[in-house]
Every structure is written in C-alpha cells, then in structure tokens.
Write a protein that binds this ligand. Structure first.
Ligand SMILES: Nc1ncnc2c1ncn2[C@@H]1O[C@H](COP(=O)(O)OP(=O)(O)O)[C@@H](O)[C@H]1O
Ligand SMILES: [Mg+2]
Length: 430
C-alpha cells in the first residue's frame, strides 16, 4: 500500500483527471472514427497502464466504487485484457496518512480506543484500522471515512454519465437519468456509516438462523455517520490464495454458503447486501476444514417488502417450472406495478429467463467451467436490441447486481455443487 497525504475530493482535481482522459480519445469519438467502446477503453488505458490505475485508485470515492462495479459486469461484458486491468484498480493500493485522517475522528473515539496508525485495509470511501478498547481490551475494527469524500458524489457521477454516453456502451433507449438518480441515492446512503451500522445490526439478526454464515457484531453506540466500530474478525479474504488453493470440497462448501445466503436474502430476510464482491467476504475456520463465511460491508443494503419481492420470485419460479401462462401473468403484474410499457418479445424473453435460471435445475453445476454468462449475454443483446422498455422495474436492479456478483464469486472459487438441493427448500409453498 502506498501512502497519500490528501484525497482530491474537490471539483478541480477530479475534473482535470476526467478532462485528461477524455482528451486522449476525443478524435475517436467522431461518428466516422468510432470503432466501439472496447477500442476507446484500450486507448484510454494506453501502453503503460500503471499511471491510469494509480490515478483512479487514489481518487477514491464514487469513481473507485464505479470501477469496482464495472469489474463485476466486466467479467462477462468486457474483453479479458481490459477487465484484468480494471481489477487492478484496487481500493487497497492507497491509504490516507494517519495525521490527515485523525483530524476528523471524534475525541470520544480517540479516548476510548487505542487505534493502530497504519490501516489493515483501505477501501473506497474510508479505511479500516484495528483498535483496542482501552477499558475492556477488546479488539475492534474501526472504519473511518475519508474527510469530505461525500462532496465527490455529484462530480464523479456527472463525469461518469458523460463518459458513458460518449463511449456509447449502454443501449440508447435506457433512461440513464433515472438510473443515475437511484445510484446517487444509494451512494448518499452508503456514505452514512450510522445507517450502515443499523443495516449490519439488522442483517445479523435476520441471518442468525443460517449456519456457516457470520456477521460481525457492530457497536452502534460508538458509530457516527463517519465512524463504524465493529467486532474484529481474524479471517482471510475470500479472494486470497489461502482460500482459492484449498481442495475442491472446501471451496464447494464456501460456494454453497454464498449461494444459499443469497436465496435466504430474497426469500426469507427481505434484505439484500447488494455489493457482492470478493473484498466483502472473509473466511474463518473455527474447526479444521469447516469454513464459516463472514460477510462485511453493509453500505449497499436494500430492504424489500414481501409485496415487492413476491412478483420477482414468482417470475423466477414460473420460468423454472416452465409454466408460461403463469410467467405471462406475472410479467404483466410487474409491468403494471412499475407503470411501465414493455415492448418486448415475451416468448424470446421466456427463453432468455430459462437460460438464466438453468443452473437451478442442476444437481452438479460447475461454476468455474460454465459458458452460461456468454450465452446469456449473446441472447440478451439480440432480444433487448429490438425492444423498448419504459420504466423497467428499477427496484430489482440491485438484485440483478447481486446475482452478477455472486456468479463471479462462485466462478472465482471454481465451486461445483448440487444447486437444486440448495434452492428447492426456499421455493414458495402455497
Ligand atoms: N470486522 C472486520 N474484521 C476484519 N476485517 C474487516 C472487518 N470489516 C472490514 N474488514 C476489512 O476491511 C476491508 C474494507 O471494509 P469494507 O467494510 O468492505 O469497506 P468499504 O465499504 O469501503 O468497501 C474489508 O475488505 C476487510 O478486509
Ligand atoms: Mg467493501
């Protein structure tokens, strides 16, 4: 990790970086010169990619979150070499100097805890320090938000919006403003650690019946909008070699837990931690060979009522059961609820969804080997190209994002298991 003294949280620093980036591709944006987004991304990165990686990594904030989100999708939608580069844009590569960070920490926290000056992890909008409660000796993990990073939201989103439309990556008929509005609200929520702490507390309670999954205890009274204090977990990151180099059986068990937790979220808890990337999963081993999956980072939690989730689940199940009549009915219900107008080939869409849920039928699905994402992508492109969707059900975006994330994790783990056995206990009973 490299140390930085100050984060460019203001308009000018971030804008200059965006302008410099744009300048590189300006000539290629002319309609006659445009050769597709991949070409542009390659050009932006240039021959020596390190400076670009370093700049985005040290910007922190929403820009970095966006890059992380992109890698989830990039796994399937971007050329391999581009995604490899995006993956290197890691929150972890830069951390803010203790003296700059300390200024914003409340006196009460500094009095109560003895905080390690070097962080154990640096993240996108804050960094995590190990600390000791001076009175009880208890070891905690304190997440401290970077000063003024909240100011970067509008700046970064505006830059990103312009970049996306220039790069022409997204289908033209998508209502970008509405999506960005959602993302902005989510980012504002994510920057309030007090809310995150409440989510974590609630999530811990809601997930308590699921064995093999653990959520660290959060100390609500010590938390503020910029400080989150929680139980320290002595574990290893899911993406570390210590996990990925274990035997098949061990990795399968972890994969099952991650997958099961997702179904638990949408069927039982009504609470989805939508940020399923490898940095948010730790593994502990209380007994040899028995892994417990620890989930951290509840900034991007979405609450769903039973009423909101029901049509989504019914849609999955009608497709799963090859029940086209039920599918058509449920689809119409979703369209009505979101006051939308979907001009889309429903037969083709049925086939598309069938492909998406196909792993659920499998008693031995190999997540490391499957070409399913490619197939889904190919079919998706051909369907959505010829359709017009006003008011898509935005409330489900975060579930889709979660699914993409879970898929990448299972792929990374090269997990292989009986998917049907994991999901069938959850299916709607009435
Ligand atoms: N309770 C904890 N115990 C040990 N390590 C933790 C704990 N919480 C977070 N971490 C470490 O800090 C990193 C960043 O924390 P996270 O909450 O994911 O921050 P961000 O919201 O910025 O992504 C995690 O990837 C993990 O390595
Ligand atoms: Mg995180």
């Amino acid at each position: 990790m490299k140390k930085i003294k100050k984060i460019k949280s203001g308009f000018i620093g971030r804008q200059i970086f965006a302008a410099k980036t744009l300048f590189k591709i300006l000539p290629d944006l002319l309609p006659t010169k445009f050769k597709g987004p991949e070409q542009l991304i390659k050009k932006i990165l240039g021959d020596n990619i390190q400076p670009f990686i370093d700049e985005v990594s040290s910007l922190k904030g929403p820009a970095l979150k966006a890059a992380q989100m992109l890698t989830i999708y990039g796994e399937y939608y971007l050329p391999k070499e581009v995604n490899e580069i995006l993956k290197q844009i890691q929150a972890n590569s830069f951390y803010l100097d203790w003296h700059s960070l300390k200024k914003d920490i409340p006196e009460a926290i500094l009095l109560k805890f003895e905080i390690d000056e070097s962080p154990m992890a640096a993240a996108s909008i804050g960094q995590v320090h190990k600390a000791k409660n001076k009175l009880t000796g208890e070891i905690v993990a304190i997440k401290i938000q970077y000063p003024k990073i909240d100011k970067a939201i509008d700046i970064d989103l505006n830059i990103l919006k312009r970049l996306l439309s220039l790069l022409r990556i997204l289908p033209g008929n998508l209502n970008l403003s509405k999506i960005f509005e959602e993302i902005k609200n989510k980012l504002i929520d994510e920057m309030n650690y007090k809310e995150e702490a409440k989510n974590q507390h609630e999530y811990k309670l809601a997930a308590k019946d699921l064995t093999g999954v653990y959520v660290p205890q959060v100390f609500l009274k010590d938390c503020t909008s910029k400080i989150l204090v929680q139980e320290y977990i002595h574990g290893v990151l899911l993406s570390s070699e210590k996990v990925l180099e274990r035997d098949q059986d061990y990795r399968n068990k972890i994969g099952i837990k991650i997958f099961q937790l997702f179904f638990h979220e949408i069927y039982v808890m009504g609470l989805v931690q939508s940020d399923a990337h490898a940095g948010n999963y730790l593994v502990i081993e209380k007994e040899v060979g028995e892994a417990t999956v620890v989930l951290v980072d509840f900034g991007a939690c979405v609450h769903y009522s039973k009423k909101t989730l029901r049509p989504y689940l019914e849609l999955i199940e009608s497709v799963f059961n090859n029940d086209k009549i039920k599918y058509i009915k449920t689809f119409a219900k979703i369209e009505k609820e979101s006051q939308g107008q979907y001009q889309i080939d429903r037969d083709l869409l049925f086939d598309y969804f069938k492909l998406c849920v196909s792993p659920l039928h499998s008693s031995d699905f190999d997540w490391g080997q499957t070409s399913l994402p490619d197939q889904v992508y190919q079919l998706g492109i051909s369907i959505f190209k010829n359709s017009k969707i006003d008011n898509p059900p935005y409330q489900y975006i975060f579930i889709d994002r979660k699914i993409a994330g879970v898929f990448s994790l299972l792929k990374m783990l090269r997990a292989r298991f009986d998917v049907l056995a994991v999901v069938s206990p959850y299916f709607i009973k009435d």
